[in-house]
Design a protein around this ligand. Structure first.
Ligand SMILES: Cc1ncc(COP(=O)(O)O)c(C=O)c1O
Length: 398
């Protein structure tokens, strides 16, 4: 499917305060065939998010299956090295090794309530693919995972896990054969197969996905807020997360957005630097436009066509970003920084050697930004460790 297919005029975007909008960003820009499906999904989600039986079931799986709450760990040796007080929110310790499972459990429970017989999902780093294949196995629902060929090659461990978990594994060699192309392939299948349920892996795409993914990931922020108060008796001075589509970040931020004194720092995949085609820094380099069903930022050429992105981290290698992040940037509530491959690799090695924790290369971007901005600041901070690095150890990063 071409991304042009879901483009609409910018003037239709000015719908502030409507459901599915974050300021002027967000919305549902999809072909007519998808509209009724998404409206139905939105209706069911609105009902279920306040349904105590549903929430109880969601919490049951988070506690008993995922292993929540994840610890908030004081990284003592990293803190000494940086000259600040750094806590790590250990999403890497979740079952399947990343934050993605919080969202897939939530969405598959909705799918089950809607009587779904087939699940589909896209994946970049493979973590969302693994989490979806896991949830599908758990619930006994048939599942197809779409992945770009380049990503399947650089994340072989996860490609193998997806197949082992019993899902059908479909690669695409369209475009750059990365996350954007996997989303296109999954959306194409979704359009043609009206009974499939699309478990989208980040806070991107058309309404209700950005709100729904935020809701399921907000467990990260609510736990972290409670844990830091218990352990330190106060809120942090700053919080950090990496941003691909933006789901682990919005999950953490949601616990602190109202606390205006807590500064929010986001690390985008800077790749080789701010060079068009060699970076995935959407909010640093991009501009507002409609892309893959939502009005948000996207890296694009002068004609407004999305351009190829590059980052060493498959999970950050995406030209778009969730609409709430576009809003947080424009309203200046959060800062967005570009972190290069080299900086992320350095942090990957540092955290491994200093703390005995091997971070995902995506999460290493957040660690790198914290190491840079917190140097000798003696602040109290939380870094979201969105995933573990097993998938990255055979990539010769050292
Ligand atoms: C470990 C990890 N962190 C972060 C991300 C980026 O996604 P998001 O921005 O939605 O959290 C990914 C995506 O695959 C991931 O696997």
């Amino acid at each position: 499917m071409s991304t042009l297919y879901i483009k609409t005029e910018l003037k239709e975007n000015k719908q502030e305060n409507k459901p599915g909008y974050f300021g002027e960003f967000g919305g549902m820009f999809v072909p007519p065939v998808l509209e009724p499906k998404l409206l139905k999904l939105s209706e069911v989600f609105e009902e279920l998010k306040t349904d105590s039986t549903f929430i109880k079931e969601f919490n049951y799986y988070l506690n008993q299956y995922v292993g929540r709450p994840s610890p908030l760990y004081f990284a003592q040796r990293l803190s000494s090295e940086v000259g600040s007080r750094i806590y790590l929110k250990r999403e890497d310790l979740n079952h399947t090794g990343a934050h993605k499972i919080n969202n897939t459990i939530g969405q598959i429970l909705i799918a089950k309530r809607m009587g779904t017989k087939e699940i589909i999902a896209e994946t970049g780093a493979g973590q969302h693919g693994v989490a979806t294949a896991t949830a599908a196995a758990l619930m006994g629902i048939k599942c197809k995972i779409f992945m770009g060929k380049k990503d399947a090659e650089r994340q072989q461990l996860n490609a193998y896990r997806i197949k082992l978990l019993g899902s059908e594994f479909i690669t695409t060699d369209q475009g750059t054969a990365t996350l954007k192309d996997a989303v296109d392939a999954a959306l194409g299948y979704y359009i043609e197969n009206s009974n499939a349920f699309y478990i989208l892996g980040s806070a991107v795409g058309p309404h209700p996905y950005p709100s729904m993914v935020r809701f399921f990931q907000s467990i990260i922020g609510s736990e972290a807020r409670k844990q830091i108060i218990e352990q330190e008796g106060r809120l942090p001075d700053s919080i950090f997360a990496c941003v691909g589509g933006g789901s682990n970040a919005i999950g953490l931020y949601s616990g602190f957005l109202e606390d205006k004194k807590v500064r929010i720092y986001s690390a985008e995949g800077g790749g080789e630097g701010l060079i068009p085609g060699r970076t995935a820094s959407t909010l640093v380099m991009g501009k507002p436009m409609v892309f893959q069903g939502t009005y948000s930022y996207c890296v694009a050429d002068k004609q407004g066509n999305p351009i190829d992105t590059y980052s060493i981290a498959a999970g950050l290698d995406y030209p778009g970003v969730g609409p709430e992040h576009a809003f947080l940037k424009e309203s200046k509530r959060a800062e967005y920084h570009s972190v290069t491959d080299a900086e992320a690799i350095e942090a990957f090695k540092k955290l491994s050697a200093l703390e005995g924790i091997i971070p995902a290369i995506e999460s290493s971007h957040a660690v790198a930004l914290a190491m840079k901005l917190l140097k000798n600041k003696n602040e109290l901070s939380i870094v979201n460790l969105s995933g573990r690095g097993d998938k990255d150890v055979d990539r010769k990063l050292i």
